[in-house]
Structures are given as structure tokens and as C-alpha cells.
Design a protein around this ligand. Sequence first.
Ligand code: FE2
Length: 232
Amino acid sequence: MLFRQLFDPETSTYTYLIADTSDKEAILIDPVLEQVERDLKLLNELGLNLRYCLETHIHADHITGTGKLREITGCQGIVPQNAQAACADRFLKDGEVLQLGEIPIEAIATPGHTDSHMAYLVNGKQILTGDSLLIRGCGRTDFQGGDAGILYDSVTQRLFTLTDDTLVYPAHDYRGQTVSTIKEEKQFNPRFTGSDRSSFIQLMASLDLANPKKIAEAVPANQQCGKVSATI
Ligand code: FE2
């Protein structure tokens, strides 16, 4: 299996490239529009065939690269069940497994950051947590149907119940961290250690964060799989 973590510095977004090296089938998870050329170049260099683009959720901070990649490569665009993106080719529901060659990618419903957010367990060993669980943090819960109590349940009941050595790969990091484990996050994540459900809800309500710079353009564009006006 090939597993690559790619970074967009403008929005601190991680995109993941996963491929089955025997049949050369590849998937991109959470691609970023501005990085489509980078991704296509790498796919080409590695001789990979892009089968799928998969989203953990409808993003508010960047526009997905899925629409452009789908246009160029003919790949399928896949989003979580109930995500408001009617343009998607396929919707994954909780527990459903997307098979990439020999590699199983299991959808785990982890709402709370947004109402239709999914994490993806790759090969039973690596969890792509999207914006539900970040390294020593978690995604915000103050828009797009976000709900702090529901996020607390998702993280503690769906992610912290994975085996301790499961590798945690988030959709963002703002401090240069790249990977963690479930064991580490249970021990050291300040949003969850020592807080019960109600204190977590209080903490999330007190964050008072500014809106992401691109929210006004990103959410509607992502609901159309990354289709934006003629400038692209
Ligand atoms: Fe997000």
C-alpha cells in the first residue's frame, strides 16, 4: 500500500493519497482545488490511476479539488451519506466499506463538526479523522450543523474505541504535527482529557472563533463538488 500525506500551506489542509501498489488504483481524500496540479503530477509520476476522490465532510475553509479532478481523470466523487452534495457519484453510509484494490476503507460516522462528517479507517490501521479529532485538538462545532455534544460522543465512542495503536491522520494541523495515535490522543488531547460531555460543550461554546476566510465561497462550491465560477 502507498500512503502519502500532502499539505496545503494556505489552509493547513492535509490531503491523503492512498494506492494499491499491485493494481495501481488510487484514491485522494480531501483534495484541495489549488493543489490539483500537484496531485495530478504525483499520480502521473507514480503511474497511478485515480479511481476515487473522497471527502470527510463538506469543508468550509477550502474548495475541494474533486470537481476538477473528476473532470480531468473521470474518477468518482464520493461523499458521506446525507452530505448536501447532490453532484456526488456515490454516498457512503456508516459502516460501509469502499474497496480500493486490496485495501478496505471503512466509513465511520463521526458527526459533530458537521452533521454528516465521516472518518475513514484504512486497512484497519490508519484512521483519517477529518475535522472530528485533530492532533491534541478537535474541529469547531459552531456552524454547518455542528454540535459539541454530538462531537464528544463521536470521538469518545467511535474513535477512542479503536485499538490504541491505530494511527491518527487529521484533515488539518496548524502546528506542524503530522500523525498521532489513538492512545496518545486519549492520554494527551486537552479537549477530551479530564472533561466530561457537559464541560466539553461549555469549552466549545467559549471558543469564539472567527469564521474561516473562504466560508462564503467554499461551502456552496463544495455542495457542487468544487464547481466554481469561470475563473477556474
Ligand atoms: Fe472542516
